[in-house]
Design a binder for this molecule. Structure first.
Ligand code: ADP
Ligand code: MG
Length: 355
């Protein structure tokens, strides 16, 4: 096992910069998830760690060793791809043991390593099948088995679950997390799915347009997003954003587009007339008769365990999440409130969090 250190890592293709000075320290044994929308540079960064893309600037270390110019096969990493990348003419056993076969390892050693990995992944009964005789989920397990058999210092995963159906994805992400808890191998996992990131990561790296936006444990990002991008990206249903103007009497209020007011948290560096964007998580909006906000119900989505509904507030559609069931109907006028401490306040020009 090993740490992975990125220092001012850059990537450009000609004059196009796709990664801007990425700094990241991944601890030995940590499970780090790179998450962001398609095209933000996740795969490029992962492939640079793997040695499959040249580094345009900066340094990459695996453990103490600078690997910028080390060939992929000499980096002691194993990569799992979305496409599985199995050899179609080889059975499961040979696919899983391929790295050891190449190294001319002892036949019984190969058998025992492949057997142990197959057992761990529930593939015992499938060792002599060809990839085309397996389901998608089984193929992905074989690809993971091949990585495990190598016993690498670092696992690199590039959207390994994207080709699976929704139910299997949920199942496999739990399996991968459980596997990491047993093996404790340093892992870097790429996904565009923030729920996968939240559920699997020790720490999440949120990326946007080739720039790291924020790094931290899942709930830190959820509770204190550093900017509007992270605030909007992490969380489902997503955070609501309300454009407003600061009015300071004794305490600061946010005045919404229609004149309704929301009390802001204490102690923020704000002055009268400042424009701010107030971020409000759906579950932090409370339905109470003595709430200070009026809103009209537009759409009700009963989910059984909980109810999500959309209201018109200050001319904008706002999502509200409550546990349990409601008898609310479209057209109802309801009163809402929000605890000032649960609000997020952002500077609309920089997009950064205030306070
Ligand atoms: P992600 O994995 O986050 O979806 P990628 O790392 O694949 O994103 O791509 C990041 C950006 O780099 C994209 O805008 C993509 O078009 C660009 N890119 C990737 N590979 C090349 C290449 N070989 N030449 C030019 N641009 C590339
Ligand atoms: Mg990608």
């Amino acid at each position: 096992m090993a740490s992975v250190t990125l220092e001012k890592v850059q990537k450009s293709y000609g004059s196009v910069h796709v990664l801007h000075e990425v700094d990241l320290e991944i601890a030995d044994g940590e499970f780090v998830v790179l998450v962001g929308p398609s095209g933000c540079g996740k795969s490029t960064l992962l492939r640079m760690i793997a040695g499959l893309e040249e580094v345009s600037g900066g340094e990459i270390r695996i453990g103490e060793r600078l690997v910028n110019d080390v060939a992929p096969k000499d980096r002691d990493i194993a990569m799992v791809f979305q496409s599985y990348a199995l050899y179609p003419h080889m059975d499961v056993s040979s696919n899983m043991g391929f790295s050891l076969i190449l190294k001319k390892a002892d036949k019984s050693a190969i058998e025992s390593r492949v057997g142990a990995a197959a057992k761990r992944l529930g593939l015992n009964g499938f060792l002599s099948r060809l990839p085309r005789q397996l389901s998608g989920g089984q193929r992905q397990r074989v690809a993971m088995g091949r990585a495990i058999v190598r016993d690498p210092k670092v696992f690199l995963f590039d959207e390994p679950l994207s080709n699976l159906d929704a139910k299997l994805r949920v199942h496999m992400r739990t399996e991968i997390k459980a596997l990491h808890q047993q093996l404790r191998t340093t892992s870097v996992y790429v996904t565009h799915d923030q729920i996968e990131a939240m559920t699997m990561a020790d720490r999440i790296v949120v990326m946007h347009d080739g720039v790291v936006q924020q790094v931290g444990p899942p709930l830190d990002l959820y509770d204190r997003p550093a900017n509007l991008f992270v605030a909007g990206f992490i969380g489902s249903p997503g955070m609501n954003f309300l454009q407003s103007t600061v009015a300071k009497g004794g305490k600061a209020d946010a005045v919404l587009a229609d004149g309704q007011k929301l009390r802001l948290p204490d102690g923020l560096p704000l002055k009268d007339g400042d424009q701010v964007i107030v971020g409000l998580r759906p579950e932090h909006i409370k339905l109470t008769d003595h709430g200070s906000l009026d809103a009209e119900v537009e759409v009700v989505e009963p989910l059984g365990l909980s109810t999500q509904f959309y209201v018109k507030l200050a001319g904008q559609q706002v999502c509200v999440f409550v546990m349990g069931r409601t008898n609310m109907r479209p057209g109802d006028i309801i009163r809402l409130s929000a605890d000032p401490a649960s609000l997020h306040v952002f500077d609309p020009s920089s997009g950064n969090r205030i306070g």
